[in-house]
Write a protein that binds this ligand. Structure first.
Ligand SMILES: NC(=O)c1ccc[n+]([C@@H]2O[C@H](COP(=O)([O-])OP(=O)(O)OC[C@H]3O[C@@H](n4cnc5c(N)ncnc54)[C@H](O)[C@@H]3O)[C@@H](O)[C@H]2O)c1
Length: 407
């Protein structure tokens, strides 16, 4: 099987790695950043004549692969996916599908019209933690779900990296946070509750990462002699210069050359060296939403960019019992009302390949199986993913218009 990767960034590399480990060839790549493109092409042996700077060039001419991995940034997803589907490629599309509702719908329709696989990277569906949770809920171990409480605890440095300094900081270049990051969570609610969402109310705002909250005398770049280097948890050199060898995400994102001097240079005037109070960010730093599903089940979802741990925590209240879960710890505790018995279920992470609790690699394999026409679990499809996107669009409208939105 052959794949074309559009966008050889952090996610493109993840999928290329898992696909090539399964024996798939990377037949072409589109990546405007020359240095990044070269590194990627060397790593995955991409033929010289199929190394392109844009998705338009990569998809021009005769079809030369089976599928496309679209790991470009949010606002590039729509046109490139439509072009790939038009050419007859199956597509693995990074979430969010698009920041525009009509574009999400159009991609679903195009894939269905062409009879092609269009899968959105809702990798958490494939994480054994959520698979186990789904099994318990489907077995009705806690009866009917009455209320689901899900919290996305984003560790403070991840929030600053991605949503204040980085790619997903600004709605105009990316998407609202509830779509960009939390379409995963909304997809999990749809998957785990197993019903359609009908209504949403949401509130939230950008409370902290604003210029008026900058401590006195904080310069625009941390390396310009910030007097708060010892007291600010977001001092960029403390985050991006402490790894010396084996530089990993998010440090690896600040410069293709991950040597210490190159990273130091990148922080001087690059986006990740900026003071968190002097960025062009406008996405919220915390948001809450309440959803009502068919049959009356309700769900609350909180996303918070100020957590000491990076995890999802949840409680589910059923008619016959309740359960609580902690993704990073891999723990689900179930209590049965009648017997009063408590059961602690542990997910064994030691055997899993990392990346979204084991979800990245499992989803990649599922997509490859679907493209090959083999039995695949196809836990997700673009039509299914559309639901979570509609919930995110509605939540954002509710937040901005201060009213409940029917979906
Ligand atoms: N599934 C997940 O859990 C998950 C996690 C993180 C990010 N994402 C999504 O993945 C996508 C990529 O994010 P990332 O973190 O890898 O970002 P990234 O910046 O590391 O990679 C994106 C790449 O796309 C390239 N690009 C930009 N315009 C292009 C064009 N016209 N043609 C081809 N390539 C182009 C950029 O140069 C960059 O290298 C985003 O949509 C993001 O929301 C998903």
């Amino acid at each position: 099987m052959k794949l074309i990767v559009l966008g050889a960034g952090s996610r493109g590399d993840v999928y290329a790695r898992y696909a090539t480990e399964s024996g798939v060839e990377i037949a072409g790549v589109a990546e405007p950043n020359e240095e990044r493109r070269q590194v990627f092409c060397e790593k995955y042996n991409v033929p010289q004549e199929k190394q392109f700077a844009s998705w338009q060039e990569a998809l021009a001419g005769e079809k030369y692969a089976d599928a496309v991995v679209n790991s470009t940034l949010d606002r590039v997803h729509y046109e490139s996916t439509m072009a790939a589907l038009e050419k007859g490629y199956h597509v693995l599309l990074e979430k969010p599908m698009s920041p525009v509702e009509s574009e999400c719908r159009a991609m679903v329709e195009k894939a269905e019209e062409k009879g092609l696989v269009l899968m959105v990277c809702h990798v958490l569906r494939y994480a054994p933690f959520f698979e186990k949770l789904k099994e318990l809920l489907d077995e009705k171990r806690i009866g009917e779900i009455v209320n689901f409480q899900l919290t996305e605890n984003v560790v403070y440095w991840h929030f600053a990296h991605s949503f204040v300094r980085g790619n997903f900081r600004n709605e105009a270049v990316s998407s609202p946070w509830i779509l960009a990051k939390s379409c995963h969570d909304l997809d999990l609610l749809v998957y785990l509750i197993g019903k359609e969402c009908k209504k949403v109310t949401s509130i939230g705002n950008l409370m902290h990462f604003r210029p008026e909250n900058a401590p006195p005398g904080a310069p625009k770049y941390c390396l310009d002699g910030c007097p708060h280097e010892k007291t600010c948890p977001h001092f960029a050199p403390a985050l991006y210069l402490k790894q010396i060898k084996n530089v990993t995400w998010p440090t690896a994102m600040i410069s293709t050359d991950t040597s210490f001097p190159a990273r130091y240079e990148a922080l001087k005037r690059g986006p990740y060296g900026r003071c968190v109070y002097h960025c062009d960010n406008d996405v919220v730093d915390h948001q809450s939403a309440i959803f009502e599903f068919e049959g009356g089940t309700t769900a609350t979802f909180n996303m918070i960019g100020f957590s000491s741990e990076n995890t999802r925590t949840l409680r589910v209240f059923g008619t016959k019992g309740d359960l609580r879960g902690h993704l990073e710890k891999g723990e689900i505790q179930l209590t049965d009302f009648l017997s009063g018995e408590k059961e602690l279920i542990k997910i064994d992470y030691s055997t899993l390949i990392s990346g979204h609790g084991g979800g990245d690699v499992r989803m990649t394999r599922d997509f490859l199986a679907a493209v090959a026409g083999e039995a695949s679990s196809q836990k997700t499809s673009a039509r299914v993913s559309l639901q979570s996107h509609l919930m995110a669009f509605a939540a954002e409208r509710s937040r901005k218009e201060h009213r409940t939105i029917r979906i």
